[in-house]
Write a protein that binds this ligand. Structure first.
Ligand code: PKZ
Length: 144
């Protein structure tokens, strides 16, 4: 994974219900947390609540976490396309900073009110909340 200013925001405490049969952090829990975190990041960057996950590239489970560990999730936008945003993700141990998981590419697509890809109009990262949508969206009918 490319070195750089990845921002670690959300922290989690590994609870008993997050463990697998080996007593280590269940990968499914980790992916659910990352997907949610990445969705919020995509909304903040593309300024639209209507975004979908298009692709997750290879997921590297680098090391495991144990019950009681504190972990943190980091994301960084690496490419602004016309309708898409590509980001990298890393989860690491908050105390030791050792890597737990990396994902090279997560691609989100910005959608219009009909659920079709739409230009988001942005070319660079915002570190503020200036693109945050301010109202709830009506539900979108599925694209035929
Ligand atoms: C009070 C405040 C309220 C605020 C408000 C909050 C609202 C809070 C809402 C929460 C929101 C929850 C959201 C949860 C996130 C899910 O859970 S999403 C669920 C899982 N994902 C899906 O169901 C998506 C299913 N797929 C699709 O619908 C279609 O494939 C898509 C995404 C519409 C794209 O269709 P498509 O025909 O591939 O479109 P196409 O125009 O060819 O490509 C679009 C872009 O994707 C890129 N792309 C396409 N395929 C690939 C690929 N294989 N690899 C890389 N890039 C690709 C293209 O290059 C293009 O990018 P640009 O060059 O324009 O930048």
């Amino acid at each position: 994974m490319q070195e750089g200013n990845i921002n670690f925001h959300t922290r989690k405490w590994v609870r008993p219900e997050d463990l697998n049969a080996n007593g280590t952090l269940f990968g499914g829990s980790l992916l659910r947390w990352i997907d949610e975190e990445a969705t919020i990041y995509a909304i903040l960057q593309m300024g639209n609540g209507r975004v979908v996950t298009k692709l997750m590239s290879e997921i590297n489970f680098v090391s495991s976490a144990q019950q009681g560990d504190l972990i943190e999730m980091g994301l960084r936008a690496v490419k602004f396309g016309t309708t898409s945003l590509t980001m990298q993700a890393e989860v690491r141990n908050m105390i030791t900073r050792s890597s737990i998981l990396t994902i090279e590419r997560i691609v989100f697509v910005n959608l219009d009110e009909h659920g079709r890809p739409a230009p988001h109009g942005y070319t660079d990262i915002t570190y503020d909340r200036d693109r945050l949508p301010t109202h709830h969206l009506p539900s979108v009918p599925p694209v035929p």
